[in-house]
Structure formats: C-alpha cells, structure tokens
Design a protein around this ligand. Structure first.
Ligand code: ATP
Ligand code: MG
Length: 422
C-alpha cells in the first residue's frame, strides 16, 4: 500500500519551507510597522457563520466548503477564509469597546476550499489577511491597500497591477441591480445555469462568473460606477486621492465585483502582470464590508480587509524569476576521527549552539572524508577536525572553508573566536 498527499494539498519540504519562513518573517515585520496585531482563531467554526459571513450565494458557500457534523451533531466547517472568523472574534470579545479604534487585526494560516486543483488553486492553502474594523474613513482603505502592495514590493516583485472599483452603498447597488436584471434577462438563456440562478438572487455575481466571462454582454453590462450615489462617489474620489498621495498606481475596472457577498464601496485586487504567470493572475483581493459586523451579531461597525495566499505569491516570485535570499548555511561542522573525539565533538557543538552558533556533527560513523563532504554539502562556514592530537593539546584548527585559512584555537576559546568571526 502506498499513501499520497490528499488531492489539492501539498507537502512543503525543508528547502521550500525556508522560503515560506522568510516570506512569513517579512509579512510579520510589515504587520508590526503598520500595527496590525495578529489574531489566531480556530481552524473550524459553525457552518452558519460562513453561510452568513461569506454569503449564501457565493461559490465558497455553494460549492467549496468542507462541512461535517461532529460527534455532537453540530455542523462545523473548516474555515474557507479568514474574515468571518475575525469578525466573529471581534464581536465575541467586544473589541468595539476597546479604547483604540479602529481595531486592526492580521492573521496567517491555512484555509480550506473544495476546488478543482490547478496551478495556484489548492484545497488547503495559506492566507495572510488583515481587517481594520471601526472606521469608515477612505484613508484606512488606502492604508490597507498600501500594506497589501508592500507585501509584494518588499519581496522584490515589480510586475503588479492594482485594480480598483467602488461597489457603492445600498442605494447604488439596488439601482445597479435593477439595471443588471434589465440587461441580462432577455438573453439569460445563453448563460450557464449558475448565472440563471444568480439573475434573481444576486445578479452582481454574474459579472464574477468564470464560465461566461467571455460573453459579449459582460463587457457591455451596466457599470456600478455609473450608479454611484453622491456619497459613494465622494468616498471613491477620496480613496483615489489618498492612493495618489501614497504614490500607489491603480486601474479602475467597473466590472470588478469580487467573490464575497458582503462588500460595499471599495473593492480591489492585485494581479501579477508577469508574462510567465499562468491563467489565474489574481494574487490578492479585498474590500470594504460595512454591513458584515452587524450581520454577525455585532454593532453597526464598518470594516475593510484583504486576503492573499502565499501559494500565489510564490508563483508570482517564480514568474518574475526572483530568488529569495534564504540564509540556511551552517556555521560549524565538527569532524570527529574516533570514538573519543566524537564525545568531545558533542560537547563542543552543544557549547556553540548555546551561543546561537549553528553546529552539527556526524551521527552515522562516516569516514573522515565523507564527514568533510557532508560539511561541504551543508555549506558549513567553519570545519573543525578532532583527533587524538587535538584532544591531547585541547586545541583545534578552525578552517574557514571559503578561504582555506586555518587558525589554531584552544577549546576554551572556541566560542569567543567563532562569535568574533561572525
Ligand atoms: P479566485 O477568483 O481565484 O477563486 P477568490 O475570489 O475565491 O479567488 P478570495 O476568496 O478573495 O479569492 O481569496 C483571496 C486570495 O486568496 C486570492 O486572491 C488568492 O490569492 C488566494 N486564493 C483563493 N483561493 C485559493 C486557492 N484555492 N488556492 C490558493 N490560493 C487561493
Ligand atoms: Mg475562488
């Protein structure tokens, strides 16, 4: 019998996980400088939370959730995204009462969606996202967008496009909804069965359909931006002003509606424009959700956030040919020639490690030459060879691999010597 990783999931092997760690570090540092503090919520929640929080008419809730009954008969769902959980926690812990508003949260962790596997689409993937809850100021929309853009630019990505739209307020969407129904209804027979259902339930969803994306009626569909109320138009203009001030370029796409039900005003996506990138070019999506907190049982508090996956970020890096500078070199490898030297080697590496110097030795009784080769493969900066003579003298040659230089150092001076070299 042989076992394989479940479809749509992957093992991240050590060489690859070094890249992940570096990306995670950079993201954590950005969260620190932007002051988005981390929240960790459970990997599963009550199914109803997502039905409400993500929206009954979305692909996620309709087709993609991992839902199961636990032994107590409760319906639970592996989280498909992070916003519903963050908002649930915000309400549950009454964060709206905290003195510092808006509440700025970040999260990073696995999400689960039952999707058809393809490049950049997994059934378990890691999202980083932020939520800023408690402010309806377009300045914070700009801050959230700036943070998302910074994730990519600090890693060296250049071929990026920020696409922006305004979904307006309720009045905007009601007027637009009526216009959409008028536009699609006469020809709805030419659309997929999902779109036919969407026409009455949520015609805005039609614009987000992947099956009918090429239909000519998509391009000519009434644009939300033509239906913006005065307030919504002012909001959108202010956001653009802030983005201009921050030097963030954007394109307006009136058909950008995003996959989740709860957005209003700001909606945005960041795409890769790298030529090597596959069919799915969206790296990050986000927007404003002013009704969500109330829908989940909290007070009427506005919010905005985004989510991006590390998997697609890695694809973008690959498409632009960016190698992350991962430092995985070993500081010291201690070669031991006989059993007695091995004991000393164990003692020495322990003293190195205690001072933060990475160190390793042989554990499978290799000959000296094979041990040297191992040191080389591990990229050891220094190699120490311990034999009878070294033990007798209580000193050893420290060989700097890059230059070949050798320096004799007493055992009790080794830690200091290595620390000085660093
Ligand atoms: P798509 O249109 O590609 O299905 P979405 O609208 O479902 O995206 P969101 O729910 O907004 O995506 O998630 C935000 C980001 O998470 C996406 O822009 C993408 O980078 C990433 N993402 C979404 N689904 C997956 C997946 N199955 N595998 C890897 N990354 C994903
Ligand atoms: Mg999707």
């Amino acid at each position: 019998m042989s076992f394989k990783v479940p479809r749509g999931t992957q093992d991240i092997l050590p060489e690859q996980s070094e890249k992940w760690q570096l990306i995670e570090e950079k993201i954590r540092e950005l969260c620190r400088v932007y002051r988005y503090n981390e929240i960790r919520t459970p990997m599963f929640e009550s199914t109803e939370l997502f039905q409400r929080g993500v929206g009954d008419t979305t692909d996620i809730v309709q087709k993609e959730m991992y839902t199961f009954d636990d032994r107590g008969g409760r319906s639970l769902t592996l989280r498909p995204e992070g916003t519903a959980s963050a908002v649930r926690a915000y309400v549950e812990h009454k964060m709206f009462g905290q003195p510092d508003q808006p509440v700025k949260l970040s999260y990073m962790g696995p999400m689960f969606r039952y999707e058809r596997q393809q490049a950049g689409r997994y059934r378990q993937f890691v999202q980083f996202g932020v939520e800023a809850i408690g402010s309806a100021d377009p300045a914070i929309d700009a801050e959230v967008i700036a943070l998302a853009m910074d994730v990519y630019s600090t890693l060296g990505l250049k071929d990026l496009k920020l696409v922006l739209n305004s979904l307006g307020d309720k009045e905007t969407r009601d007027a637009h909804r009526a216009a959409l129904i008028g536009h699609f209804e006469p020809s709805i027979g030419e659309f997929c069965s999902d779109c036919q259902k969407r026409l009455e339930k949520n015609p805005l969803r039609i614009l987000d359909c992947k099956v009918d994306a090429g239909h000519p009626l998509m391009v000519s569909a009434p644009a939300l931006t033509d239906y913006l109320t005065e307030d919504s138009a002012v909001y959108f203009a202010k956001l653009k002003m802030y983005l201009d001030t921050l030097g963030i370029a954007y394109e307006i796409d009136p058909n950008l509606v995003r996959g989740l039900d709860y957005y209003n005003h700001t909606a945005f996506e960041i795409m890769s424009t790298a030529s090597g990138f596959g069919a799915i070019t969206t790296l990050c999506g986000g927007g404003r959700y002013n009704g969500l907190v109330e829908d989940i049982g909290g007070p009427d508090m506005p919010g905005i956030g985004f989510a991006l996956s590390i998997e697609r970020l890695l694809l973008a890096l690959e498409a632009e040919g960016i190698e992350l500078n991962v430092n995985n070199k070993l500081d010291v490898f201690v070669v031991a020639i006989d059993a007695e030297a091995k004991v000393k080697a164990a003692e020495l590496i322990s003293s190195f490690r205690a001072k933060g110097i990475s160190a390793d030795m042989d554990y499978i009784d290799r000959k000296m030459k094979a041990q040297m080769k191992a040191a080389d493969r591990l990229g050891a900066k220094y190699v120490l060879v311990l034999g009878e003579m070294e033990l007798a003298e209580a000193a050893v040659n420290v060989k700097t691999m890059e230059t070949g230089d050798q320096q004799k150092v007493a055992f009790h001076d080794l830690v200091n010597y290595l620390l000085e070299q660093k």
